[in-house]
Design a protein around this ligand. Structure first.
Ligand SMILES: [Zn+2]
Length: 484
């Protein structure tokens, strides 16, 4: 059950948490033959030339970068149900109409959680100078309930893991504030396995309130699920078990987690915690759908997508304004170069990925009868750093088929094709229904330093890397939409 709960809260593709299916290795001769461009290709020389034009223009263009600047600097954070989320919906729709796309807003009900005051301070600890307090830097987790307005005061208990919690004597956590001090594995992230490092931490953020509440805690703290160490807390969705007591939940910074661990090791530590978020009734919101109509099979669609909502501490530049911007750029580049593939290229700016993927769930309901017409789906939701290629979910043969596309992208260092069971949270429903799905393989070494923090802002975007992602999105979308 915990895994199921946590899957909902992971705000990035989960494919890298799982092993790709082993496949029978082709012989060296097969591989050499396949690597030579003279091999059979699903695409004509003209089509491959079009992919090269899309790639090259994407690398020179300002479009994705300037659209992302507006989305983040002008509109700002886009929490589900917020006025900025609504403004972003209208703005993406207008921008796509300007290109000549056919735009539809598809309604979805989304959570409407609003952050309030959030403060923490130690009021008693071993070695305290008389009359002093110590600030604890923290932020409420998405969906958290509030403390009373005047806050709560309780002793802090620190555990590093579920195992340590289970080993505590009965009643050890009763009436206390429990901190899960699970360290984000920076070494794992540094080797390019950011998602795995996040996966190890995010389970505590997702399920911490359930476990702490069951143990009798009056509030729960989790160590931030990220690699940043500038005393910046990392928010994100958390979960409560149906019917169980809901306790207030916040993330403390890595530094404050270390402080609490150190002081509680010496003796009793008492903390005053105030969190006043509100959970308002669900709000009406929208997925933005913009169709770049196909010339031969307009009813068949290839999706390019990112999620439009974001957390509220920063402005959601890397998570996931970038994914929306490179999807917008796909249509922008096709307009600019006068390219109309045979099938429709459909931009989707998904709503409320962060708070439970309500937009994606609604799309699956509304379009259930049209699954056969979905030729492919791409989502970018792991930032905007250098991409090294394409993850694909589908039959292993899909990788072989995509090889000419990989060769086009090889010129920008993005020619790798890697099979993965899943590609993106919003397109997971499509993947499960057998729609081939794809995601850029993004460099995740630094993503989780900023993800869900106040530092997820436009300045983190490297234009060249963003354009590489736009190139993957546009080239792959064209390849899928114009393939025989
Ligand atoms: Zn995201």
């Amino acid at each position: 059950m915990m895994i199921a709960v946590v899957m909902v809260t992971v705000a990035v593709p989960v494919h890298a948490l799982q092993q790709a299916q082993p496949t029978q290795a082709p012989s060296l001769l097969d591989r050499l033959n396949a690597m030579m461009s003279g091999g059979k290709s699903a695409w004509s020389d003209d089509q491959l030339r079009t992919m090269e034009r899309l790639r090259d223009r994407a690398m020179e263009s300002d479009y994705a970068y300037e659209e992302l600047r507006h989305l983040t600097d002008n509109i700002g954070p886009r929490l589900s149900g917020s006025p900025q989320a609504q403004k972003a919906v209208e703005w993406v729709a207008d921008e796509m109409r300007k290109l000549g796309a056919e735009v539809t807003l598809e309604k979805a009900q989304v959570p409407h959680w609003v952050r309030g005051a959030e403060t923490g301070e130690l009021i008693a600890w071993p070695g305290q100078a008389a009359g002093t307090k110590q600030k604890i830097v923290l932020t409420a987790l998405g969906g958290s309930v509030a403390t009373p307005a005047e806050g709560i005061t309780a002793e802090v208990v620190v555990v590093d893991s579920w195992k340590e919690l289970r080993a505590l004597p009965g009643g050890a956590v009763q009436g206390k504030i429990l901190l899960f001090n699970h360290r984000f594995d920076k070494e794992l992230a540094a080797t390019g396995h950011g998602l795995q490092a996040y996966g190890g931490s995010v389970v505590y953020r997702g399920a911490g309130p359930i476990a702490a509440g069951a143990a009798g805690a009056v509030a729960v703290l989790v160590r931030s699920a990220g690699g940043g160490d500038y005393r910046s807390p990392h928010t994100g969705m958390t979960e409560y078990a149906p019917g169980a007591t809901k306790i207030p939940a916040a993330a403390v910074t890595a530094e404050d987690a270390e402080l609490l661990k150190s002081l509680t090791h010496e003796g009793k530590v008492t903390m005053h915690l105030t969190l006043t978020p509100q959970t308002l009734p669900n709000a009406d919101s929208y997925n933005v759908i913009a169709d770049w109509k196909g010339t031969e099979h307009p009813e068949q669609v290839v999706i390019v997508s990112g999620h439009l909502d974001s957390w509220d501490l920063g402005t959601g530049a890397i998570d996931d304004g970038a994914g929306v911007a490179v999807s917008m750029a796909t249509l922008g580049l096709m307009k600019e170069l006068g390219i109309r593939p045979k099938r429709t290229v459909r931009l989707i700016a998904w709503m409320s990925e962060e708070e439970g993927s309500e937009g994606a769930a609604q799309y699956m309901k509304d379009h259930a009868a049209e699954m056969k017409n979905h030729a492919g789906a791409i989502e970018s939701d792991l930032g905007a750093d250098h991409p090294t290629g394409i993850y694909f979910a589908g039959k292993p043969e899909l990788g072989q088929w995509l090889r000419p596309v990989g060769q086009v992208l090889d010129a920008i260092g993005a020619g790798t094709l890697e099979n993965a069971p899943e590609t993106g949270e919003d397109i997971a429903g499509l993947t499960a229904r057998g729609v081939p799905s794809f995601a850029p393989i993004q460099d995740s070494r630094f993503y989780f330093n900023y993800h869900h923090t106040a530092a997820d802002t436009f300045d983190k975007i490297d234009k060249k890397h963003l354009n590489e992602n736009a190139a993957i999105m546009a080239v792959l979308a064209y390849a899928l939409a114009d393939a025989p």
